[in-house]
Design a protein around this ligand. Structure first.
Ligand code: FES
Ligand code: FES
Length: 215
């Protein structure tokens, strides 16, 4: 008598053999003959050549695909004005302008931005010719330790541009109307930039002054 276990094995064997032959029948001959994809060498990492225009200068870098824009700036280009606070998109210390739009550089990979224009705090102004937002922060004492300041300034510059372009915020009463930079709007729009020193009132004064001139 045939044991039930051996019958099960026998059935499975038939099914597997049938599936394999059916699949082989649908594959083109050259695909069947293709060699396996090369196995990456142990320890190697996928990398890419990335060109970015940073503060008006072209940079071409060979980067591990996992490199954030923040680490590209700080670790590969020595542009340490952009700060790493949380590295998780929660503090805004790493804010830069990417094609004119503010972004948390810790939350994006450099390889995603081939050919993009990046402006960091080093590219906004110089010690002898400060950007108006930098000058306003100095005038209004908009910092204490200064760690959040580059991100605050880049974010404020990007934020005023958003207001000029009519982009509403979460607190805009009418999303079809041109937004005005009320204190509530300012606080909401800058809420992604934290200041552990609590220099918020001075930061708001600095931004308001620049907005009054240019918005
Ligand atoms: Fe990017 Fe905190 S370091 S948001
Ligand atoms: Fe110190 Fe903002 S000035 S964290």
């Amino acid at each position: 008598m045939i044991h039930p276990d051996s019958l099960t094995v026998s059935r499975r064997g038939v099914l597997i053999a049938g599936a394999a032959s059916a699949a082989a029948g649908t594959l083109p001959t050259d695909a069947m003959a293709a060699p396996d994809a090369p196995t990456p060498a142990p320890g190697s990492v996928p990398s890419a050549r990335v060109t970015l225009e940073i503060n008006g200068q072209q940079h071409t870098l060979e980067l591990d695909n996992r490199t954030t824009l923040l680490d590209t700036l700080r670790e590969h280009l020595n542009l340490t004005g952009t700060k790493k606070g949380c590295d998780h998109g929660q503090c805004g210390a790493c804010t830069v302008l990417l094609d004119g739009v503010r972004i948390n550089s810790c939350l994006t990979l450099a390889v995603m931005h081939q050919g993009a224009k990046v402006t960091t705090i080093e590219g906004l102004g110089t010690p002898r010719a400060l950007h108006p937002m930098q000058a306003a922060f100095v005038k209004h004492d908009g910092y204490q330790c200064g760690y959040c300041t580059p991100g605050q300034i880049c974010s404020a510059v990007g934020m005023l541009d958003e207001v000029r372009r009519g982009i509403p915020s979460h607190v805009s009463a009418d999303i079809t109307a041109r937004p005005l930079l009320s204190p509530d709007e300012l606080r909401e729009r800058m809420s992604g930039n934290l200041c552990r020193c609590g220099a918020y009132s001075n930061i708001a004064e600095a931004i308001t002054e620049v907005a009054g001139v240019t918005a």
